[in-house]
Write a protein that binds this ligand. Sequence first.
Ligand SMILES: *Cc1c(COP(=O)(O)O)cnc(C)c1O
Length: 403
Amino acid sequence: MLKEAAALDAADGLAAERARFDLEEDCVYLDGNSLGALPRGVAGRLADVVGREWGRLRIRSWEESGWWTAPERVGDRIGRLVGAAPGQVVAGDSTSVNVFKAVVAAIRLTDTGSRDEVLVDAATFPTDGYIARSAARMTGCRIRAVDAADMAREAGPRTAVALVNHVDYRTGRLHDLPAVTAAVHAAGARTVWDLCHSAGALPVHLDAAGADFAVGCTYKYLNGGPGAPAFLYVRRTLQDRFDSPLPGWNSHADPFAMDPAYAPADGAVRGRVGTPEILSLLALDAALDVWDGVDLEAVRAKSLALTDFFLRCVEAYVPRGRVESVTPEAHGERGSQVSLRCAAGPAGGAGDVMAELIRRGVVGDFRRPDVLRFGFTPLYTRFADAERAARVLGEVLEGTRQR
Ligand SMILES: *Cc1c(COP(=O)(O)O)cnc(C)c1O
């Protein structure tokens, strides 16, 4: 498997991208689906933002350094990665907050007299479920949790909106965005897609699918840094009717009129709330440079090759029966991670196993109660990393010492 890894790395068209990240040579980092690695350009850019733009230009930077329009500018850069034409994505706030904006706005687009149901996927990342439940309570709707795979079938005449995680954070299962969107539309309802585990991991085609709303975070596959601003997509044809539940002054048509009466801005700007988080927004802006010239189809091809190869290595190295993949085999249903269920054994529970892996230089993460998660970020993960991760996992589960 070592030889095969070397051959795959030698043939990898994206291999050179790793140099754009600040990673130690021997670092096997398979947790980029939780916190993406640091792109090399970020520190220098932030130093300039702090030292010159803030330190010297001070208030002038809102205009002269483009701070005021950064949420839309950065939003458009993210838009390219999720299949959104310019003018539909705004960067800012957290994913949780953007879920709130999108779900309430989607409900407000429908006649809640006849449609009072919010569908959420049963395995959703918890924050989406909490927020959707609150949004439903506030709008006189009720929540119904259904398996994301059944979402298309479950949407009906009472459904106002379906909130779906594009890729399941725990299992890595990818859902069919175009098909589910079409089915939910056929039922007369709207979709809100959470792209946290797909933006930057695989090609997403929001415009082509006719998606209504989408949200996502930027600190995972987009490498924006801890707590980096999230994003909100509102399809262009819905923007005029987008009624934000958080109409802050930054979303006003003329914010500096300081008008007591609210008048919403046109376009993606309407998704803004308050003053943008400039330092983290511009760190994200710099981090997005690594995507310049990168073809998402090549990223996807490598992602699938990496996860396929990792699964084969696991089969080769890990004692039979010790782990079981809960990530779908089918490429069309797989995101960019592999989740292995690991029952307690001589090496301890899955949490102990991951702690030992991390001690031995292989960083993935653990999701209770028994899941080992390995994220594959094609811009900086090597086939050799996949091989080593599986080999070390085998050693840990066999109880052998580090070689
Ligand atoms: C990571 C993640 C979040 C995180 O939300 P924050 O508001 O950034 O904390 C939300 N939803 C999903 C599906 C995620 O994977």
